[in-house]
Design a binder for this molecule. Structure first.
Ligand code: HMG
Ligand code: MG
Length: 299
């Protein structure tokens, strides 16, 4: 069966924009977040408190958060890699953070300048302190369906990193097919393995990329396996600067079109959302890669 309702975890302002070379003005980023919220998205990952040299586009993280008004109905999680990042996030009143591990050694080194073990050692005090401060903490695990340098990634390796993250005290785990190579059978097997390892579907989220056109099929497999939180990026923008061949995230519009058709509630107004993505595409200077945004475009 399928869930009655799906929670969309919108990553456009963070995962969508992080790879853009031309710096988007902070006022445009703030408008993007406000318009996404107005379209009905309730959880919007806004930015990252990473090293600004590593992701220059998000160097304005603090400024952006200061420009946003908070509401008890809106959640604005941010990426935090280390204690320095947590300090910065706390200075700007953040209530939800996400730490981000890799299932593979190669991507841990490229993305975090650490071995896999060192990266987990870096996250542990962040999670502990964040929880002590009353923050909600999500954990990402990237490269769960394959890695550009290592090829296939064994499910046991994904489960091992994921359970180590959850044992630190994270509340939610997002399984990231960062390069979009996964297929539905693999997704089903991975979720079953996570559940068998004690991380139930209520604590799981899925994060697909559409590189090979599998993102929606993978999402449907995850929903059938019991997952109810799905990551997506408005307009399908994004990619990871430290992962070769990572193209667009699953487009939020494509997801909403499918869920609307299935009668699964999301609370999102598709027309408003697509208009927002068209506006952002104009700012970025190229059309949205989302098929649904294109199909809904006037003219
Ligand atoms: P490092 O160079 O090893 O840093 O980078 P360090 O710990 O050696 O510190 C060096 C200097 O940086 C120090 O300053 C620190 O204070 C400063 P100094 O003492 O030399 O003056 N520093 C910071 N400054 C500001 N904010 C900070 C910070 N940390 C240290 N947070 C580090 C290590 C983890 C910082 C770096 O590798 C980094 O920022 N990496 C993040 C890269 C990134 O954001 N990648 C994209 C994430 S997307 C992803 O992972 C996939 C996902 O989207 C899921 C999917 O799509 O599948 C989640
Ligand atoms: Mg992504």
């Amino acid at each position: 069966g399928l869930p009655e309702r799906v929670t969309i975890y919108e990553v456009g302002p963070r995962d969508g924009l992080q790879n853009e070379k031309a710096i988007v003005p902070v006022a445009d980023k703030a408008e993007f977040v406000v318009r996404l919220a107005d379209a009905g998205l309730r959880t919007i990952e806004t930015t990252s408190f990473v090293h600004p040299r590593w992701v220059p586009q998000l160097a304005d993280a603090g400024e952006l958060l200061d420009a946003l008004s908070r509401s008890p109905h809106l959640r604005y999680p941010v990426l935090v890699p280390n204690e320095r990042g947590l300090d910065r996030a706390l200075d700007h009143g953040v209530a939800e953070i996400a730490v981000f591990a890799s299932a593979t050694e190669s991507f841990a080194r490229r993305n975090l300048n650490r071995t896999l073990d060192e990266s987990l050692a870096m996250f542990a005090p962040v999670v502990e302190r964040a929880r002590a401060e009353g923050l909600w903490v999500r954990a990402y695990v990237s490269m769960v369906c394959g890695d550009p340098w290592e090829g296939d990634v064994p499910i046991e390796q994904v489960v091992s990193v994921a359970t180590r993250m959850m044992d630190m005290g994270c509340s939610q785990l997002s399984l990231g097919d960062t390069i979009g190579v996964g297929t539905p059978g693999q997704v089903t097997a991975l979720i079953e393995a996570m559940v068998a390892a004690g991380v139930g579907t209520g604590r799981l989220a899925v994060h697909f990329h559409d590189t090979y056109g599998q993102a929606l099929a993978n999402t449907l497999a995850a929903l059938r396996a019991g997952v109810t939180t799905v990551d997506a990026s408005a307009g399908g923008i994004g990619g990871c600067p430290y992962a070769e061949s990572a193209t667009g995230n699953l487009a939020t519009e494509d997801l909403v079109w499918m869920l609307d058709g299935l009668g699964v509630e999301t609370g999102v107004d598709l027309a408003k959302l697509a208009a927002t993505s068209r506006w952002m595409a104009g700012r970025l200077g190229r059309p949205s890669p989302s098929r649904v945004v294109q199909a809904l475009s006037p003219g």
